[in-house]
Design a protein around this ligand. Structure first.
Ligand SMILES: [Mg+2]
Length: 276
């Protein structure tokens, strides 16, 4: 008999489920538990749809994917009952896409102008040669190329006063944030909004008695942490937790990236009563 839906886990990738070498071996024990109990493990990342596919395949997962900081949710074939998808989902290359924002290209003039006004120098990932992205992030050539194919969130580097630039961008109604390597700029989207939408969608299927958890490590996980029952922050490379998260019930698990991830998820799963 299959296990009931008792838990949904949202997870960031870089420096959370993935270590600095983009590996998740340290989380294998928890991933095994997730498979055993059929727990939806929803990747929620700033990466593009193409990049996310690399890890979805490696982890042998088939659940919806939150990409580009909540710019869209993609539903690969078999990941969700298509009859239950909301109106407005588009079909694209054999899967459904639920979009929450406008094209990233629209934000470019504001980013460039805000940089000029604040005397900062920004460089977007689309302006960077693939070799430099590889050197800067340690990603493979394949993933670095896929990282350029951005639709909803601009990735950029910033030289100068980042806080000043971010204030200017916020003043213009945009949403700047950051992850492991890049600053990010979106319009309506953030991870929290997409997590909220997807959780509500699971509820419309009649599942009501489940807990939501989210694991992350950095600023762009903030809104996701605010949206779930059990927010969990793992330690950053080098040790220690990112200090910019002020959420009362957050669990600061010991362990860098996938090591902390493994520990926290084992505890989460064991906390649930699976026998009814
Ligand atoms: Mg991260």
């Amino acid at each position: 008999m299959p296990y009931p839906l008792k838990l949904i886990i949202y997870t960031d990738l870089n420096d959370t489920l993935l270590d600095r070498n983009y590996r998740f071996d340290d989380a294998s024990e928890a991933l095994e538990l997730i498979r055993r109990y059929d727990i939806p493990l929803i990747i929620s990342t700033s990466k593009t749809r193409g990049q996310t596919e690399i890890y979805r395949k490696r982890m042998a997962l088939n659940y919806p994917l939150i990409v580009e900081n909540g710019g869209a949710i993609h539903f690969p074939p078999g990941s969700f009952p298509t009859g239950r998808l909301p109106e407005g989902c588009r079909r694209e290359g054999g899967e459904f896409v639920w979009e929450f924002t406008r094209p990233a290209q629209d934000l470019l003039p504001d980013l460039k102008d805000a940089a000029k006004v604040t005397n900062t120098i920004v460089e977007t990932i689309s302006e960077m040669p693939v070799e430099r992205i590889m050197e800067y992030t340690g990603m493979s050539k394949e993933e670095s190329e896929l990282a350029k194919d951005r639709r909803y969130t601009i990735y950029f580097t910033c030289k100068g006063d980042r806080d000043f630039l971010f204030a200017e961008l916020k003043y213009r109604g945009l949403k700047p944030t950051w992850g492991s390597y890049f600053c990010h700029l979106g319009y309506y989207n953030d991870k929290g909004l997409a997590v909220h939408k997807l959780t509500s969608l699971y509820r419309t299927m009649g599942f009501l008695d489940f807990t939501t958890a989210a694991l992350g490590d950095n600023m762009n996980d903030y809104t996701m942490f605010q949206t779930v029952d059990r927010p969990i922050i793992v330690e950053r490379p080098g040790g220690g937790h990112f200090s910019g998260i002020d959420i009362e019930n957050i669990y600061r698990v010991e362990g860098i990236g996938p090591i902390g991830w493994n520990r926290a998820v084992i505890d989460l799963v064991n906390f649930i009563d699976w026998n009814y």
